[in-house]
Design a protein around this ligand. Structure first.
Ligand SMILES: [Zn+2]
Length: 312
């Protein structure tokens, strides 16, 4: 395509409705209309980026001088205004989607398994109330979100420590698609909602967070309304079909790779298993390559090679 045939119209002023500096640059440079639609130049540039990605593959971002974070599965550009919240290690650079991020779990202190004991726990409908009533920390209790597996309709009993949050993404990566279990299914397995324990149940699939196998003497439900069991021990009192990482990393969790504290960052997704997001890549190019006069998009990401020749 010839530069001339694009009839590029640049604008002197930023549009009144410019929500972001990047949008203003793209309108002024003639890549977007004021209604946020790509112009001929915009479409040509996106097509150029697509060809470039086919040629350069993984080196697209380094060749275009875009500082990315993440890994080959998910490549991000860190940007405060964006909505993808990521877990990020400021020390070693590890970055992942919150629901999939790894972290180093702190094993509970070693204790000898104590005899299991059924205790009345009246009016303890939340983990906080239970922990207060028994005068223990939340780490000493287990909770069990209940699901139904879509593929075979089986009740799925996931056991995690109560001081952590389940990651349904990690869980589904282990067992496939899920939906929340309904009361009939829970009761058919012999469990009681709010007081469920993975002990003596009928035809259920049990999956535990890998920290549970290392957490002795936990409090769990007694499968009876108003009662809990103290000193429930994995291996002695029940076992699981799968033990795997099932919980979410949080701010302050230890990085799996360097041990320092994780934090969060927000970012734009540029590349994932679904493919490149070229409109986001163009935005990132503009965000990272401009000066007071306008865009300074680096070669080879520029839509045209322009040679200026001075006539004699
Ligand atoms: Zn780290």
């Amino acid at each position: 395509m010839r530069y001339q045939t694009l009839s590029i119209q640049t604008q002197r002023e930023a549009p009144n409705n410019a929500r972001t500096q990047v949008f203003a640059f793209l309108v002024r440079g003639g890549y977007l209309t004021r209604d946020n639609q790509p112009t001929k130049l915009g479409k040509h540039t996106l097509a150029h980026l697509e060809n470039l990605a086919a040629d350069l593959g993984d080196s697209l971002f380094s060749k275009s001088s875009i500082p990315v974070i993440g890994d080959k599965k998910d490549t991000f550009f860190s940007l405060d205004t964006e909505t993808h919240e990521l877990i990020h290690c400021p020390t070693c650079g590890y970055t992942a989607r919150s629901e999939a991020a790894l972290f180093a779990k702190d094993p509970s202190s070693k204790e000898e398994p104590l005899p299991i004991e059924k205790v009345a726990t009246p009016e303890c409908s939340t983990i906080e109330e239970l922990a207060n009533f028994l005068n223990i920390s939340k780490e000493k209790t287990a909770k069990a979100p209940l699901y139904t597996r879509q593929s075979d309709g089986k009740l799925l009993f996931a056991v995690i420590r109560s001081d952590m949050q389940i990651s349904e993404a990690k869980l589904q990566a282990q067992v496939g698609e899920l939906k929340p279990a309904v009361l009939d299914e829970i009761e058919a397995a012999g469990a009681v909602p709010g007081y469920a324990a993975p002990i003596d149940l009928i035809d259920v699939f049990i999956i535990v967070d890998d920290l549970i196998t290392d957490s002795p003497n936990l409090v769990a439900g007694a499968n009876e309304f108003g009662y809990h069991l103290k000193n429930v021990n994995y291996g002695r009192d029940y076992t699981a079909d799968i033990a795997a990482d099932l919980v979410q990393a949080a701010v302050g969790s230890a990085c799996s790779f360097c041990g320092n504290s994780l934090s969060t960052t927000s970012a734009d997704l540029l590349d994932s298993k679904e493919g490149y997001h070229f409109d986001k890549i163009l935005h990132t190019l503009v965000e990272t390559h401009h000066d007071e006069n306008g865009l300074t998009i680096p070669h080879p990401a520029t839509p045209f090679d322009v040679y200026l020749i001075q006539r004699p």
